[in-house]
Design a protein around this ligand. Structure first.
Ligand code: ATP
Length: 254
């Protein structure tokens, strides 16, 4: 049987009295795009850090492509990648130099051709010789995506992939991610505050609150369950402790 792209079993992270992630379990199939939604401090980044093996869980386990991330993470890391606005690339290196370093780390064959192709697709060709530290936030986000795709990952963890992009560029990146997933069969776990993005890209959404998965389902199922027209309203219902009945009583207004 093929292992799922990501398996989380009672994944837990405790910081002192804070349960940052509280017994989270899910199985993300290969080729699917799922969303992690939740307010500030809900546990999205901590979950992603455990899935990358950067943080050890306090309890439970995470496996990527069948590899336990606490014991055997290097086998999985070669086949996965991530992008986060919170991780800065070395600013003095040019965009091309940055991408070469990562291509080398991942042992990417025909690295120059891969970099040229990604630069073309992500509209970075004119920026390749610029120091990464001197790019605008939106340009940095596109470079971070190129870095995340350099090794043709089978599993992609994206933390706020369109943060700081203007609406036009964000829309373009979303379309590009959709095509990339369809062509490559890559599984994507997307943490986002952008409900429209999650609604467009994700087939399943995990709603996190204070570290716990308080609800989950396809965007359509969640809309029906809460009697809402868009995920933003569902998000507000959950954030403000208005359950499914509460949402119905609120008469459709958030
Ligand atoms: N290193 C740390 N030490 C102590 N507490 C931490 C640490 N990292 C995160 N936390 C706490 O864990 C909880 C989850 O944080 P996390 O960064 O995972 O949330 P998030 O959903 O990514 O939030 P945001 O949307 O604001 O980025 C928060 O209460 C946070 O304060």
């Amino acid at each position: 049987m093929t292992a799922p792209a990501i398996l989380a079993e009672s994944l837990t992270k405790r910081y002192g009295d804070t349960l940052a992630v509280d017994s989270l379990s899910f199985s993300l199939p290969r080729g699917a795009t799922w969303g992690l939604l939740g307010g500030n401090g809900a546990g999205k980044t901590t979950t992603i850090a455990m899935l990358l093996g950067l943080l050890l869980p306090s309890a439970g386990r995470a496996a990527v492509l069948g590899h336990d991330m606490a014991r055997d993470r290097f086998a999985a890391l070669a086949r996965m990648n991530f992008s986060s606005p919170y991780v800065a690339l070395p600013g003095r290196l040019s965009v091309a130099e940055n991408l070469r370093v990562y291509a080398h780390l991942y042992d990417v064959p025909r690295a120059e051709a891969r970099i040229a192709r990604l630069a073309g697709e992500l509209q970075l060709t004119d920026l390749l010789d610029r120091p990464a530290g001197m790019l605008s936030a939106g340009q940095k986000t596109r470079v971070a995506l190129a870095k995340a795709l350099i090794n043709r990952p089978e599993v992609l963890l994206l933390d706020e992939p369109t943060a700081s992009l203007d609406p036009d560029t964000a829309d373009w990146v979303r379309g590009w991610l959709e095509r990339y997933r369809a062509e490559s069969g890559c599984a994507i776990l997307l943490a986002s505050h952008n409900m429209a993005e999650v609604e467009r890209l994700c087939t399943e959404v995990l709603m996190l609150k204070e570290g716990r998965a308080v609800d989950r389902g396809s965007p359509r199922a969640l809309l029906e369950r809460y009697g809402r027209d868009d995920l933003e309203q569902v998000f507000l219902d959950i954030a403000r402790n208005r359950g499914r009945a509460g949402a119905a009583m609120a008469g459709g207004s958030a």
